[in-house]
Design a protein around this ligand. Structure first.
Ligand code: NAP
Length: 284
C-alpha cells in the first residue's frame, strides 16, 4: 500500500499562503516585492521555465521584471546589468536563468548576485550557511522536498536517507537538509559501487539522477518513502521521473508522482524564497 504525495495540491495551498503573507508584507512596509529574472539567448526550455516563474509571481503578487538579452551579449554588459539589479533597492531577488550562452562564465555572473538576493540559494554564502546550520536561502527543489516531507508528517530524524545524485542544485543541498533534520545520510553518484545495495537501505530514497525510470522495484525497500526529483522523457516522449513509478509504487509507504510531485513545488519555493529575501532584507 502506498500514499501519493500530492505536490501539485500542496504547491497550490502554499501559493495561497504565500500570497497572503505577501499582502501582509505590502501593507506593513508599503512596498512591492520585486523579483528580477535575467536570461540571455533563446534556449527553448529556459523560455518555458521563465514564463512559468513570471506567471507564478503574478499569482502570488510578486512584481516580476523579465530581462531577456540577446545570445551575443558581451559578458561585461551582462555583468553591468546584474550589478545594477544588485544595487536596486526595489529588487528583492535576482534569478539568472541557466544555461547562459557558452562565451559567458556563468559562475562569474552568479557571483555578482548578493547573498541576500540569491533566491536560488546557489551562492557560496548561502550554501555555507546551509552547511553550518544557519538560516539561509535554500535551493528551491530540495527545499520543496523538505516541505513535502513536513506536510505529510514523514519522520526524518534517525531515518536512513539515501540521495542518488550529487549536483550542486539538487543532490548536495538535499543531503545537507536531510542531515540537518537528523537523518543518517548516504549520497550516491555515478561512481557508487553497489548502488542497489545502498538504495535498499533507504527509509527515505531521493532520486535526482536525470535517467528515466532508473530506480527499479528491486532497489527499493518495502515501506520506503520515495521522492522522485527526475524530469525525463520516456521512450514515447511522455514526461517521467527517475523512478519506475508503476512497479515501485506498491513497495512504498509514500511516493511522489511525475508529473505532479516535486516539479510544482520548485517554483512555489522560488516564491517562498523571494518573500524570505524581502523579509530578511528589511530585518538588516
Ligand atoms: P545532474 O547535474 O546531471 O546530476 C545528476 C547526478 O546523478 C550526478 O551526481 C550523477 O553522478 C548522478 N548519476 C548519473 N548517472 C548515475 C548512475 N548511473 N548511478 C548513480 N548516479 C548517477 O542533474 P540535476 O540537475 O541534479 O537533476 C537531476 C534530475 O532532476 C534531472 O532529471 C532534472 O531534470 C531533474 N530536476 C528536476 C527539478 C524539478 O523541479 N522537478 C529541478 C531540478 C532538476 P556524478 O556526479 O558522478 O556524475
Amino acid at each position: 500500500m502506498h500514499a501519493l504525495i500530492d505536490g501539485k495540491g500542496l504547491a497550490a495551498q502554499m501559493r495561497s499562503e504565500i500570497k497572503q503573507r505577501i499582502d501582509e508584507y505590502k501593507l506593513k512596509y508599503g512596498r512591492e516585492i520585486g523579483l528580477a529574472v535575467v536570461m540571455a539567448g533563446n534556449n527553448a526550455a529556459s523560455q518555458v521555465y521563465v514564463r512559468n516563474k513570471i506567471k507564478a509571481c503574478g499569482e502570488v503578487g510578486i512584481k516580476s521584471q523579465n530581462y531577456c538579452y540577446p545570445e551575443d551579449i558581451p559578458q561585461s554588459e551582462l555583468a553591468k546589468h546584474i550589478k545594477a539589479l544588485a544595487d536596486d533597492d526595489n529588487v528583492d531577488g535576482i534569478l539568472v536563468q541557466l544555461p547562459l550562452p557558452p562565451h559567458i562564465n556563468a559562475d562569474e555572473m552568479l557571483r555578482l548576485i548578493p547573498a541576500q538576493k540569491d533566491v536560488d540559494g546557489f551562492s557560496a554564502e548561502n550554501v555555507g550557511k546551509l552547511c553550518t546550520g544557519k538560516e539561509s536561502i535554500v535551493a528551491c527543489t530540495p527545499n520543496g522536498v523538505m516541505e513535502m516531507l513536513r506536510h505529510y508528517n514523514i519522520e526524518i530524524s534517525g531515518k536512513h536517507a539515501v540521495v542518488v545524485g550529487r549536483s550542486n542544485i539538487v543532490g548536495k543541498p538535499m543531503a545537507m537538509l536531510l542531515l540537518n533534520a537528523n537523518a543518517t545520510v548516504t549520497v550516491c553518484h555515478s561512481r557508487t559501487k553497489n548502488l542497489r545495495g545502498e538504495c535498499l537501505n533507504a527509509d527515505i530514497l531521493v532520486a535526482a539522477i536525470g535517467k528515466a525510470k532508473f530506480i527499479t522495484a528491486d532497489m527499493v525497500k518495502q515501506g520506503a518513502v520515495v521522492i522522485d526529483v527526475g524530469m525525463n522523457r520516456d521512450e514515447n516522449g511522455k514526461l517521467c521521473g527517475d523512478v519506475d513509478f508503476e512497479n515501485v509504487r506498491d513497495k512504498c509507504s509514500y511516493i511522489t508522482p511525475v508529473p505532479g510531485g516535486v516539479g510544482p513545488m520548485t517554483i512555489t519555493m522560488l516564491m517562498h524564497n523571494t518573500l524570505q529575501a524581502a523579509v530578511l532584507r528589511r530585518k538588516l
